[in-house]
Design a protein around this ligand. Structure first.
Ligand code: TNX
Length: 492
């Protein structure tokens, strides 16, 4: 049996017993063809920064061409047959080479090197150590295109810095989407210049009465580019027509009675709704989609659409269809929670399944589905009945419960070819600070990463729990507050 602790488990790993590559201060990181791929310099610097923990002087001036004859790690572009995000990593005692078709593939190869190094590489205390990577070959590529997590920054606000910290952790596990739930009853979290009260009024407050907060457009752009540098796409969500009390508190004209609502700090759902008969509401939606769409180069805009109790089915469907047209008019593809499926959706629209719903209707029309089954992937569900944080309406979800299921056959009528990928939402009704978010996300996020990346045939709980155990010291070195599951006694 191959012994390594890489999560998500790669497509194929062949390590040579006894042979290793010594990563010390003399090692150079080089880009094979810097003239053709100048952008890959940033990747070499990323790796060199990581390796500085070995005592090297970090990125070396002029070291981007393969010419020096020194022991090196080479980043090369080339055909691998492993897909656009795949990589081939070859390691010998004389050096290492990552070959990939894209910059993303090189980045994932670097994350694998990172996980082959001891966890001390994650912490300055490791400075000046000479580290070793086992020799061998890893050929790897993802199963699903969409490997996501979601942060609910509305129920409790997280600073831009905390979001960047979360992005760093997603990157370690080769995840590539971060969905931000930017509005809900309790708070509106992104500056909209044409509707300034959304943040001036709606941005204040959160569950339990804390002060809330919001991202300015500049801060949001920074989050987007920080994520992009780690090959993670930010997917913005503005929930509508329900979950809108913060917007209704900011502008009375978004309600049918024209009266601004009081701020809300509880955790009930379903009581709020935009006035779907008013033209003002569609002008509002268009302005919001246009402004946020301009901050996010990605093709997606998530309109929520969940848990609407105040509007008839017909009016709801008509609203979703009209909003789909608005999203498309701004050049974006719409995403919505499972409830939107019965509306007349374009095949390019994406449905995000979370509970019993009619996602199969969308699959039948040729549309794609993101799987976020609440019984498996809701990171806000308690691990067991003793967990203090979190909710339990969907299930208690210990690590093994989130691991043991198969996305390709989970939903009747939604076969593998309709599954774009998976995403784990972290709702924050009960989470107040970064360490609370971390505790619910880890280690289950490592599970999500493996479900999204690794082939079904390569996954096994017994093997996963052994590999995961090695991530305890790594997460600790990174300062992450994680849950010590009794299902993995060695995870400490
Ligand atoms: C359901 S999932 C919700 C959220 C809550 C979550 C709590 C979904 C689309 N809606 O509004 O925060 O449950 O687990």
């Amino acid at each position: 049996m191959v012994i390594h602790a890489i999560v998500p488990v790669p497509a194929s790993v062949a390590l040579l017993p006894g042979e290793s590559f010594l990563v010390d201060s003399t090692v150079e990181v080089v880009v094979e063809d810097i003239t053709r791929n100048p952008g890959d310099r940033a990747l070499a610097e990323h790796l060199a920064t990581l390796l500085r923990a070995t005592g090297s002087s970090g990125p070396m001036a002029g070291a981007y061409d393969v010419s020096s004859g020194r022991r090196r790690i080479v980043l090369a572009r080339g055909v691998t047959g492993l897909g656009p995000e795949g990589y081939d990593l070859t390691i010998s005692s004389g050096g290492a080479r990552i070959t990939a078709e894209s910059a993303a593939g090189l980045f994932y190869g670097i994350q694998t090197i990172r996980q082959l190094l001891p966890s001390s590489v994650e912490h300055p205390a490791a400075l000046s150590r000479a580290l070793r990577i086992p020799a061998g070959q890893i050929r790897d590529g993802p199963r699903f295109a969409w490997r996501g997590a979601m942060l609910d920054v509305s129920r409790h606000f997280l600073s831009a810095g905390d979001v960047r910290g979360f992005i760093d952790l997603l990157a370690l596990y080769k995840m590539n989407r971060l969905h931000l739930h930017l509005s809900d009853d309790q708070g509106w979290r992104i500056e909209i210049k044409s509707w300034p009260s959304l943040t001036a009024i709606g941005g204040l407050g959160e569950v339990g009465g804390g002060q809330g907060g919001f991202y300015t457009q500049d801060e949001f752009r920074e989050i987007v580019s920080y994520a992009a540098a780690r090959f993670i796409t930010i997917v913005p969500e503005i929930d509508m027509p329900g979950h809108t009390n913060a917007a209704l508190a900011s502008y009375g004209e978004l309600s049918c009675d024209g009266i601004a609502r009081a701020p809300y700090t509880g955790i009930r759902v379903g009581f709020s709704a935009l006035c779907v008969e008013r033209d003002t509401v569609y002008r509002f939606v268009s302005d919001v989609v246009r402004e946020i769409g301009a901050l996010t180069p990605a093709p997606w805009f998530h309109i929520g659409g969940d848990e609407v109790e105040k509007i008839s089915h017909d009016a709801y469907r008509a609203f979703i269809e009209r909003v789909q047209g608005i999203v498309q008019s701004h050049g974006k593809q719409m995403i919505g929670w499972g409830e939107i499926s019965p509306a007349n959706l374009s095949p390019g629209t994406i449905v995000q399944h979370w509970k019993r719903d009619s996602s199969f209707v969308h699959a039948a029309r040729g549309g794609k589905v993101i799987l976020s089954p609440s019984k498996k992937l809701y990171l806000d569900m308690k691990y067991d009945s003793a967990t203090v944080l979190g909710l339990k309406w969907a299930a208690l979800i210990d690590v093994r419960d989130s691991y043991d299921w198969e996305p390709g056959t989970y939903l009747e009528g939604v076969t593998e070819s309709s599954v774009l990928g998976i995403e784990a939402p972290l709702w924050s009704e009960t989470l107040e600070k970064r360490s609370d978010f971390e505790y619910m996300a880890f280690p289950r996020l490592a599970v999500v990463a493996e479900l999204g990346w690794s082939a079904a045939a390569n996954r096994s709980w017994e093997n996963f729990r052994l590999r995961l155990a090695a991530h305890g010291p790594r997460l600790s070195a990174l300062g992450v507050n994680f849950y010590r599951s009794p299902q993995i006694p060695w995870l400490q």
